[in-house]
Design a binder for this molecule. Structure first.
Ligand code: FUB
Ligand code: ZN
Length: 693
């Protein structure tokens, strides 16, 4: 792909758009009214029976040390410590010690993700009380910052002598990345720059420590995110050094000798030992550091790390016009979407290393499919769209958002999935160690600061996945009921979008411009990959009469250009048929099975509707035209269930473990399929996406 700058775009500023439809507005309200307040309690360890976060505790402990340090005129003795990665409360301790760090080494990111979600939420729904809590939390966080700008409480509390000595496994640059993301979001939402200044000071410190100059550290993050965060910092401050630092991290990655080897040798030599060389050329695949980013062609390793890296690569490729980096992004995109993507938009086939497995290895019951990985895939897709609007990116982004991202959170916003399997037998989750990572019910919170606050930040910023823009073009990637303003020069084009997505394949876009002014602009609409393009239609009208606009179709988008004025409407209709899907036969587990989709929504069967032993169910593919779509509101929101003609194998039990083969007796039945994202909202039970035919 050669870059065409006229197709570059950026997400629409969240302040310019409000979500109004019942589907996404409900999700956003859930995050605002349930998740954000709940997570604040979690950050402060106030949730009974949930794993404590210790996040704000750690900031307070670090802040207290900083205060004492200042009082003593900087006569600060660095403690020495042993790195453990996770600091638990001593077993008999009822209360945490005030001056100690607890939790995972990256516990600070609980706060950073939370403040980012708060920021986005404030753009959609201003809330003085919440903003006050956020400001106070920011004061606590900023008080912990060292004078040189460093801000990671693990090292501030435990000793700076070990800072940046293990980039591979420790998460300091990951903490920097999340802090920057949160700080930029809060600044953009509120105009308040206290946290942004703190993030800049930390980034400046990192910028002085790492870089190409002699004496600077040549390392890069073991857990990526700083790459894309620094790009945001560059965009908000205009300071090119942040973009350069991001580029440096990307270009250093995977160069030889491997930095992670070098730092290990240094660590060993300080400890008076030697490292036994590991010559496996894939040894840093987990961190995507086995090859330079330019040479990478297969999505490997820890899935969240991978898609965060690819997102940063796409950002830097666009801003520095680095065609080679973009080519690598495209290869990695293909590797994911052609060989390693679940039908639920999830990624990460194995829990070992929370990682991608080999191509087409997509087990259903031991899947990892971490919620954050699906979130990261949406980040990557959106960034590819910013370079080149091609519906293949938006289709996958939509798939991830409507399925695995939403399945990560209960419908009441009070519990969460980290792992999103495609098949669950609760007994196996309880008794089979290979499936202990699969929880049969959502959890209140996780000791490991990760998925729940990540869901909060993507849901509250979802409009920025629906719309991107450049000077005179607005791209509609996802159809969401909303009201938005697109600035064109000094004029404002307003758009009201009404839709019942994801349940109906249609949308109405109504244009309003200032009185008597026409606005010359382009509105680009995606024709989703799940519809039949020939049967879809996009009609432009002015006060009910057909209006001619210049129309260009490109890569699954229809570009409508001309002068827009009040009274213009665009009527979009996409047939949304139920799709019965089969998998490439290299996905061994799905041979002889089908799954159901409608629009971007993937379906699954649950025990509560279909009884136990889902493995005995079969879809009757010969009567598939009889599938019924049934509206259901039992779960407190309008949903579409599918009623599918099927059969059940009669149980053969008690005749011996192995008996002479005889054909199964099949009992006709109607199978009920529910949207995957709502599974497990009615208690523990079996679930399966893929069903035998
Ligand atoms: O290491 C930080 C986060 O914790 C990762 O992104 C998740 O996969 C979880 O392991
Ligand atoms: Zn996660």
């Amino acid at each position: 792909m050669t870059m065409r700058e006229e197709r570059f775009s950026v997400p629409l500023n969240l302040k310019q758009v409000r979500i109004t439809d019942e589907f996404w507005h409900r999700e956003q309200e859930l995050v605002r009214t349930e998740v954000i307040p709940y997570q604040w309690e979690a950050l402060n360890d106030h949730i009974p029976d949930a794993a404590p976060s210790f996040c704000m505790h750690n900031f307070k402990a670090a802040g207290k040390m900083m205060k004492e340090k200042k009082k003593k005129g900087n006569a600060y003795v660095e403690p020495t410590y042993t790195f453990r990665g996770f600091e638990a409360l001593p077993e008999d301790a009822e209360h945490p010690e005030e001056d100690r760090f607890y939790g995972f080494v990256f516990q600070d990111t609980d706060f950073s993700k939370w403040i980012e979600a708060v920021a986005y939420s404030l753009t959609q729904h201003p809330d003085e009380a919440l903003e006050k809590i956020a400001d106070e939390a920011i004061d606590v966080v900023c008080a912990a910052q060292l004078e040189n700008g460093y801000l990671d409480t693990y090292y501030i509390i435990n000793g700076m002598d070990k800072a940046f000595t293990n980039l591979r496994d420790h998460h300091e640059l990951y903490c920097l990345g999340h802090l920057v993301e949160g700080a930029v979001a809060y600044y953009e939402a509120t105009g308040k720059d206290k946290l942004l200044k703190a993030a800049c000071r930390f980034a400046d410190y990192v910028d002085s420590y790492f870089g190409p100059k002699e004496g600077q550290c040549k390392g890069y993050p073991g857990h990526e995110i700083a790459e894309m965060a620094l790009v945001r910092l560059y965009q908000v401050t205009g300071k090119e050094k942040y973009l350069k630092l991001s580029q440096f991290f990307l270009q250093q990655r995977g160069t030889q000798p491997y930095y992670f080897d070098t730092e290990e040798e240094v660590r060993a030599s300080y400890a008076g030992g030697k490292v036994i060389p590991n010559k496996n050329p894939m040894r840093y695949a987990y961190h995507q550091a086995h090859k330079t980013v330019y040479a990478q062609d297969e999505a490997v390793g820890h899935a969240v790390r991978a898609v965060y890296l690819y997102s940063g690569m796409a950002d830097v490729a666009r801003l520095t016009k680095d065609e080679k980096m973009l080519e690598a992004c495209e290869r990695l995109w293909d590797s994911i979407t052609k060989e390693k993507l679940y039908i639920t938009g999830g990624i990460g086939g194995t829990h070992l290393g929370e990682a991608f497995s080999f191509p087409f290895d997509l087990p259903n019951d031991t899947a990892y499919s971490e919620t954050c990985a699906a979130i990261g895939l949406a980040f990557f897709a959106r960034r590819m769209l910013e370079i080149k609007p091609d519906r293949k990116y938006a289709d996958v982004m939509e798939l991830a958002l409507y399925n695995t991202v939403l399945s990560g959170m209960a419908l009441d916003g009070k519990s969460f999935f980290y792992v999103n399997p495609l098949e669950v037998v609760p007994e196996a989750c309880h008794k089979d160690e290979r499936k202990f990572h699969v929880k049969p019910v959502r959890q209140k919170w996780f000791g490991c600061a990760c998925c729940p606050p990540n869901i909060a930040r993507i849901v509250s910023s979802v409009p920025s996945y629906a719309y991107t823009e450049n000077d005179d073009t607005l791209w509609v990637h996802l159809y969401m009921g909303s009201k938005l303003t697109k600035k064109v020069g000094n004029k404002e084009l307003q758009l009201t979008v009404t839709t019942r997505m994801p349940w109906e394949g249609s949308a109405l876009l109504e244009v309003t411009t200032e009185e008597n002014t026409g606005i010359e602009a382009t509105i680009s609409l995606r024709i989703p990959g799940w519809t039949e393009e020939e049967k879809s239609s996009i009609l432009v009208k002015h006060q009910g009469n057909k209006k001619n606009m210049t129309r260009v179709s490109e890569d699954g988008y229809v570009y409508l250009s001309g002068v827009w004025e009040s009274g213009d409407t665009i009527e979009v209709t996409f047939p949304m048929e139920v799709q019965m899907v089969s998998a490439d036969t290299r996905v061994r587990e799905n041979v002889g099975k089908v799954a159901f989709m409608r629009g971007p929504v993937t379906y699954c069967m649950e025990e509560i509707d279909n009884g136990k032993d889902l493995h005995l169910c079969r879809v009757d593919v010969d009567s598939i035209e009889k599938v019924r779509i049934e509206k259901n509101t039992e779960l407190g929101l309008p949903l579409m269930f599918l009623k599918v003609p099927g059969k059940r194998d009669k149980k053969v039990e008690g005749e011996g473990l192995y008996t002479k083969y005889k054909q199964s007796e099949l009992i006709p039945t109607e199978l009920t399929f529910v949207p995957y994202f709502v599974w497990n909202n009615r208690g523990e039970g079996e679930m399966s996406v893929w069903v035998r035919v």
